[in-house]
Design a protein around this ligand. Structure first.
Ligand SMILES: Cc1ncc(COP(=O)(O)O)c(C=O)c1O
Length: 437
């Protein structure tokens, strides 16, 4: 049936962010096809989800097999797929994480992680239930996750829905636009002091948890310097504040390591995962330490679909694909090549203010002027439109909507990287031409 755009606008709630007018009907590896049969190189992976590529044969096979055997029971009963998945996660997550709860999305994982952290604090007789989050962060769109999100643009018109009590925000380690007006590395990573300051001055002197993305994805691929997490981790330890590492966007090889926590030597108390976990199927997970697990009692948390066998089978297959194909190492190598190529383009084109990221999580921040750093948001949208006309899908994001987000499936190859660097160069050059599109 045709007319998907019209039918979509008639029957779907039009609550979604700005969308790309592209009718995708098929995907394979790093490519998708539209309804006219035109092929596109996908450099956004359905928002950093398809790390193993679209319709990875191993994931498809696992889904088929599981769907034919058992599709749903709930975890009121004992079933194999979530146990198998938890065993795999225990092997690949940081050492501190050893037990898992399965949810259905990233927001749900975040919401649940904070709930479990609060239960731990309650059991340990902590009086305060404050949670500290970062400015410019994104943690999802349910009430608590949206409150934790440090960007106002997602909260307009929602009043108290996005104002859950006891959430405090502190400065983000956004070096390109330092909130303290300092320069790295001379700054001594002063922004990391904001956490201790917040615990002492904006909470009753103790807080339940600090939640942070190791690299802020929706905020614009904001990559903290390595000292940042060393410092905040030390503060968390000293004050007995649980560290929740939100790996929803950075997990499963995306940043060149299985988890971005590894870049920073982090051993979090809780960890949230979703997006790439399911190889394309919806599933989220909360990982916790033994100590946090010991504070959780039967009946504390549950979800009807949590641990769904089909989603768990897909996730186990996706993890096996990442490990067997060493996709994290591939992301590291190709990510370096992508960044090098983009940095060369940056030397020629003043519109590119910054190129940053890790592995295949790369941001290209566009500015009207390198001195003032005025965000070039319209230009970013136009560059993405130009790329689409050339058959390349890229994302646009960042707190100012001026960051090109390059987060392809990790199965891309060198030719794909070269093609995207050239496409971005042409897209940005076209903007400087009179009447450029
Ligand atoms: C770091 C992070 N946490 C949580 C979420 C929310 O995930 P979901 O959209 O699956 O609810 C996202 C989504 O972009 C995210 O990037």
């Amino acid at each position: 049936m045709s007319g998907v755009f019209e039918r979509d606008s008639k029957y779907l709630l039009q609550s979604l962010p700005s969308r790309t007018r592209l009718h995708i009907t098929r995907g394979r590896g790093a490519r998708v096809w539209d309804s006219s049969g035109r092929e596109y190189l996908d450099f956004f992976s359905g928002i950093a989800v398809n790390n193993v590529g679209h319709c990875h044969p191993r994931v498809v096979e696992a889904v088929k097999k599981q769907a034919e055997t058992l599709m749903h029971t709930s975890l009121l009963y004992y079933i194999d797929p979530p146990v198998r998945l938890a065993e795999k996660l225990a092997e690949i997550t940081p050492r501190s994480i050893s037990r898992f709860f399965f949810a259905n999305s990233g927001a749900e994982a975040v919401e649940g992680a904070v709930k479990l952290a609060k239960k731990y604090a309650y059991k340990n007789r902590k009086s305060a239930s404050h949670v500290i989050a970062l400015d410019l962060s994104f943690h999802g769109r349910t009430a608590l996750a949206l409150t934790l999100t440090g960007q106002h643009k997602y909260k307009h018109g929602l009043g108290a829905f996005a104002n859950y009590p006891g959430v405090v925000h502190v400065a983000s380690p956004y070096c390109y636009r330092c909130p303290l007006g300092l320069d790295y590395p001379r700054c001594g990573v002063k922004c990391a002091e904001a956490l201790e300051d917040a615990i002492n001055r904006r909470t009753p002197g103790e807080a339940t948890a600090f939640i942070a993305e190791p690299i802020q994805g929706e905020g614009g691929i904001i990559t903290p310097p390595v000292e940042y997490f060393k410092k905040v981790n030390e503060v968390c330890g000293r004050y007995g504040v649980l560290f929740i590492c939100d790996e929803v966007q950075t997990g499963f090889g995306r940043t060149g390591r299985l988890f971005a926590a590894e870049h920073y030597g982090l051993e979090p108390d809780l960890m949230t995962m979703a997006k790439a976990l399911g190889g394309g199927l919806p599933i989220g997970a909360i990982g916790v330490s033994e100590e946090v697990a010991s504070a959780i009692d039967a009946g504390d948390h549950f979800s009807t679909f949590g641990g769904n066998p089909v989603a768990c089978a897909a996730a186990s297959a996706a993890i096996e694909a990442v490990l067997d194909e060493m996709l994290h190492e591939r992301a590291e190598k190709l990510g370096r090549m992508l960044m090098d190529g983009l940095k060369e383009v940056q030397e020629e084109l003043g519109l590119i203010g910054d190129v940053r990221g890790k592995g295949l999580m790369v941001g290209v921040e566009l500015v009207k002027d390198r001195e003032t750093k005025e965000p070039a948001d319209k230009e970013a949208a136009k560059a993405a439109e130009h790329a689409l006309r050339e058959g390349v899908i890229i994302g646009v994001g960042g707190v100012y909507k001026n960051v090109l987000r390059l987060q392809p499936p990790l199965v891309i190859d060198e030719n794909d990287v070269n093609r995207v660097v050239e496409t971005i160069e042409r897209s940005i050059r076209s903007l400087s031409k009179p009447g450029g599109t």
